[in-house]
Design a protein around this ligand. Structure first.
Ligand code: AMP
Length: 313
């Protein structure tokens, strides 16, 4: 039995009582017992996988689960297998106490926060790999990344057996990979994609924003602006996507970005690059600003408001 961690209420992870309070499960066995308890009490469960360093974007997933009547169950695990050898696994922000407080305040009931040995008790000989959707964008730039994501999400879904899984559109390619994995493997879970939560100036909230210096933070806002300009230009097939994105990438470099890894307009489902928009499409981007890698995306469509009023896209 794992001791409860929240300062306020003492709560066991296997306690399915409907009152408030966050329980912490460190083992798969405790997670399963807690979820089974909620299920036995007639509740549905919504799983919210995260890597911690939580912000309002993550909170919106908890709120989304509550809005659908699910008991929100978050997971916090910085998954080493989705980081490349030269990526930021070691420096990825970690703040477990802050995360637990934020989850409890948001109405989350249970958090699964395993250590590496619990997630990977022995050599992992099985990998879930989703083809085609991972051929472009972050796929070739981060070899092995989506295999790591798909495999750990598959494991978390099998461990928790939730009714629904909540994922952010902020990581749009990841969302499409997970949707496809669930479909192809007939996993008995509904995947809910939630809109991106943004800062008032339009910057998508991200755990990695914590590593931006003040000057970089001022530059970072240009990414959302550039994406909205591209979306406006290419809407309805009125302009070439290649021309619009090439010009916008030049503007980002001029604004102070160190690199634009890609800035592309893609089909919203297949993620194949488009030259003219003639159906559901996304503007997708990956950039580097100092030591921070920022990714973002928005829908190409008729909806466009000032960033102040548009906290979500
Ligand atoms: P992460 O902790 O970055 O792995 O993200 C965990 C989940 O939160 C993923 O489903 C992300 O897509 C989602 N997420 C991250 N940032 C945001 C955001 N700004 N708005 C909505 N969802 C987000």
């Amino acid at each position: 039995m794992v001791p409860p961690v929240m300062a306020g209420r003492s709560k066991s992870p296997v306690d399915p009582s409907p009152d408030r309070g966050l329980a912490v499960a460190r083992t798969v066995a405790d997670l399963r017992r807690a979820v089974a308890g909620h299920r036995a009490a007639g509740r549905t469960v919504g799983l919210i996988p995260t890597m911690g360093a939580l912000h309002e974007g993550h909170v919106s997933l908890v709120t989304g689960a509550l809005a659908r009547g699910d008991v929100p169950v978050a997971t916090i695990f910085v998954n080493p297998t989705q980081f490349g050898p030269n990526e930021d696994f070691a420096t990825y922000p970690r703040d477990e106490a802050g995360d637990f407080a934020r989850l409890e305040a948001a109405g989350c009931r249970l958090v699964f926060a395993p250590d590496k040995a619990e997630m990977y008790p022995g050599p992992q000989l099985t990998t879930v790999s989703v083809a085609e959707i991972t051929d472009g964008l972050c796929g070739p730039l981060r070899p092995g990344h989506f295999d790591g994501v798909a495999t750990v999400v598959a494991k978390l879904l099998m461990m928790a057996l939730p009714d629904r899984g909540y994922f952010g559109e902020k990581d749009y390619q990841q969302l499409q990979v997970i949707r496809r994995m669930v479909r192809d493997l007939a996993m008995p879970v509904e995947i809910v994609g939630m809109p991106t939560v943004r800062e008032p100036d339009g910057l998508a909230m991200s755990s990695r924003n914590r590593t931006l210096g003040a000057a970089e933070r001022a530059v970072a806002v240009s990414l959302y602006r550039a994406m909205t300009e591209v979306a406006e230009e290419v809407r309805g097939g009125q302009a070439s996507c290649a021309a619009a994105t090439a010009a916008a990438a030049r503007r980002l470099l001029a604004a102070g970005f160190d690199a634009v890894e890609y800035l592309t307009v893609v089909d919203a489902e297949s993620l194949r690059p488009l030259d003219r928009v003639n159906g559901p499409a996304r503007v997708v981007a990956a950039t580097r600003l100092g030591r921070t890698r920022l990714i973002d995306n928005i829908a190409v469509g008729p909806q466009k408001q000032a960033p102040e009023t548009q906290r979500k896209t």
